[in-house]
Design a protein around this ligand. Structure first.
Ligand code: GRF
Length: 203
């Protein structure tokens, strides 16, 4: 399975996916990393792993449609089987998603459907939650609301700040995302026509 990873920042999830893909027998390979930011630290981390990188600065394009058209052109040439959004801080349009629906994953740092959007860790702490975690889901038109593929839980402990909780969640993100990618790459999960996840027999 050919995988393209989208990043906007440090790319620690991309690194976790790249390391998983590098292990023998893993059913996927990362063929490129795409970023909307030339300053994304993950670009250097991809390049040092020999992974091709492509930057599409948003401000280089007049509108969202042009920006996405340029990315879609690159994707046509890369012909990915799976797209992994990993710390990609831009919403994809419905047209973009339709082109790849059922093949786009995203990782979100909360236990969806709780806390979609930003500042998830502070919101969980403010709500008095005793657990937090991350969710890998299929990307659909709505933000952070696609069918769930994998989730992991971490405790929230007294004295936790958004930063200490973020660090604890990020650690499990790096385990959960590769597990979810493997499930999709092996055909063990798929996005059903009813928009729910089909957990197929383990193939
Ligand atoms: C992190 O907050 C992570 O929880 C979310 O995106 C942010 C950056 O991740 N998925 P990364 O280090 O760029 O993968």
């Amino acid at each position: 399975n050919r995988v393209v990873v989208f990043i906007s920042g440090g790319g620690s999830n991309m690194v976790a996916l790249a390391d998983a893909c590098a292990s023998p027998g893993f059913p996927a390979e990362i063929v490129a990393v795409i970023s909307d930011k030339a300053t994304a630290g993950g670009l250097a981390r991809a390049a040092e792993r020999g992974i091709a990188t492509h930057v599409f600065e948003r401000r280089s394009y007049t509108g969202k449609a042009e920006h996405e058209a340029a990315i879609l052109d690159a994707l046509n040439a890369l012909s990915p089987d799976i797209i992994c959004l990993a710390g990609y801080m831009r919403l994809l349009s419905g047209e973009f998603i339709k082109r790849h629906e059922g093949r786009i994953l995203n990782i979100h740092p909360s236990l969806l459907p709780l806390f979609p959007g930003l500042h998830t860790h502070q919101r969980a702490i403010d709500a008095g939650m005793m657990i937090a975690g991350c969710t890998v889901h299929f990307v659909t038109e709505g933000m952070d609301e696609g069918p769930i593929v994998a989730q992991s839980v971490v405790p929230i402990v007294p004295g936790d700040t958004a930063d200490s909780l973020a660090a604890r969640v990020l650690t499990v993100e790096h385990r959960t995302y590769p597990q979810a990618l493997r499930l999709l790459a092996e055909g063990a999960v798929g996005m059903g026509a009813d928009g729910r996840v089909e957990r197929k027999a383990y193939v």
